[in-house]
Design a protein around this ligand. Structure first.
Ligand SMILES: Cc1ncc(COP(=O)(O)O)c(C=O)c1O
Ligand SMILES: [Zn+2]
Length: 415
């Protein structure tokens, strides 16, 4: 395993295409566009093969070290990240008329969301650089991930979150011992304040998209998908989109494996956004330019006015021949019930947004029954119980009395 050297050769700007040797400025020095890590695939090919992976007992994101951007590992988070389950979703598939549907449950990561993949690499990079303080702004999950993954490593996490982030996510931050700065404003405002903090205090910045290494962690999900599907590439992947960093990471993963000759075709990506927070969809369907939207949705994790990796997301959709779907909050809540009741997976609102998008696309005839379709569930339902309660009714309430119970069973026809 290549642990001492990385095949990373530099970075390329997603906006202007200019190459730059390092990411010390985080973004492109010429145009401030987000950077994309570039690798020497020829070198990686020597060690990262199907055979090598088949023989690798490490079932975590670190099995892909050869195509990650860390040259000298000085430490990694101590908990298990990645290699989340991929389920054949038979029952949900039946409901939607799809015979080949899979569900990847990334809510099973240590802090309960997909963001642990990004955090894994960002934290390893911070340790490699000898950073002592990492800061990040987040709708909640990237932050709770960072707090979880830095715990026990002697690195301080300073987090900016919108004041209205769900209480469970704030509880996670505090329990893991992060310094939590709740901002009286939106995620977008917290993001900008966090950038200012980095300028002012020199803290290492992990902000989604702004830090090019978050995408590198996120791409590991695609590697796993290919392995879990028996080295086959899905026909399409449905991805919930806020900032657009997950979808651009998913695309990067497939492109990496394609460039390495591990797969010989690429999937179509489908971006699913909440209707009030659909800047990527709007840009993709018009001139490609990201313009602010209200960001209004109950799915707090994808409530974003200006997507911070929106250009990369639009590019991923274009390159993959994919499309975008938007869904209402009611459709998201319905997807939460469906995913839990049909497949035993409880996702937070953003976590099941791609399921809602899949239902819509399938109803419009955009998904063929036999196509290998993967839908990503990106966050655990326990992160936002208040929203979950909006998706369901209240429990029956009775006195601890057998007579009352009998009456209830009869009246409600409970069997
Ligand atoms: C659970 C969940 N799903 C989806 C997303 C969307 O990811 P991105 O903002 O990279 O598009 C997020 C981001 O916070 C998230 O936490
Ligand atoms: Zn540029």
């Amino acid at each position: 395993m290549n642990t001492l050297n990385s095949a990373l050769t530099g970075f390329k700007c997603i906006r202007c295409g200019k190459e730059t040797p390092d990411a010390s400025t985080y973004v492109c020095p010429a145009c401030s566009g987000n950077l994309d890590a570039v690798y020497d695939y020829k070198a990686v090919k020597k060690t990262l093969t199907r055979k090598a992976l088949e023989q690798n007992p490490d079932k975590s994101v670190w099995r892909y070290k050869d195509i990650l951007p860390i040259a000298r590992y000085k430490g990694v988070p101590i908990v298990h990240i990645g290699w989340t389950p991929l389920y054949k979703a038979e029952r949900l598939g039946q409901d939607l008329g799809l015979a080949n549907l899979y569900l990847k449950d990334d809510g099973r990561n240590p802090s309960g969301s997909f963001k642990d993949r990004a955090g894994a690499v960002a934290v390893a990079k911070a340790l490699e650089l000898g950073e002592k303080t990492i800061t990040g702004a987040s709708t909640g999950n990237a932050a709770s991930s960072m707090a979880c993954l830095t715990a026990g490593l002697g690195v301080k996490a300073i987090i900016f979150v919108p004041e209205k982030a769900p209480v469970a996510k704030i509880a996670q931050l505090l329990v893991f011992g992060a310094v939590v700065i709740a901002v009286k404003g939106t995620y977008d405002q917290a993001f900008d304040l966090c950038l200012k903090a980095t300028e002012e205090f020199g803290w290492y910045n992990r902000n989604t998209g702004h830090n090019p290494f978050t995408r590198e962690g996120k791409k590991t999900c695609s590697f796993e998908l290919i392995e879990q599907l028996g080295w086959d590439c899905p026909d399409q992947v449905f991805v919930p989109v806020g900032d657009g960093n997950i979808i651009s990471g998913i695309w990067k993963g497939f492109k990496d494996f394609h460039a390495l000759g591990i797969i010989d075709r690429l999937p179509r990506l489908v971006a699913v956004q909440a209707a009030g927070s659909d800047a990527v969809k709007r840009a993709f369907e018009s001139d490609g330019v990201i313009r602010p939207v209200s960001g209004d949705t109950l799915a707090d994790s994808i409530s974003v006015s200006i997507p911070r990796d929106g250009e990369a997301a639009v590019k991923a959709l274009k390159e993959s021949g994919g499309y975008a779907v938007s869904v209402t909050d009611d459709e998201i809540l319905a997807a939460m019930r469906d995913t839990a009741r049909r497949e035993s997976v409880f996702g937070e609102p953003a976590g099941v947004t791609a399921v809602a998008g899949l239902r819509k696309a399938a109803a419009q005839g955009l998904v063929k029954s036999n196509e290998k379709t993967v839908v990503l569930v990106t966050g655990n339902g326990l992160k936002d119980v208040a929203s979950a309660m909006k998706a369901v009714g209240k429990p029956y309430l009775i006195a601890p009395d057998a007579g009352e119970l009998k009456k209830l069973v009869k009246e409600q026809d409970i069997r």
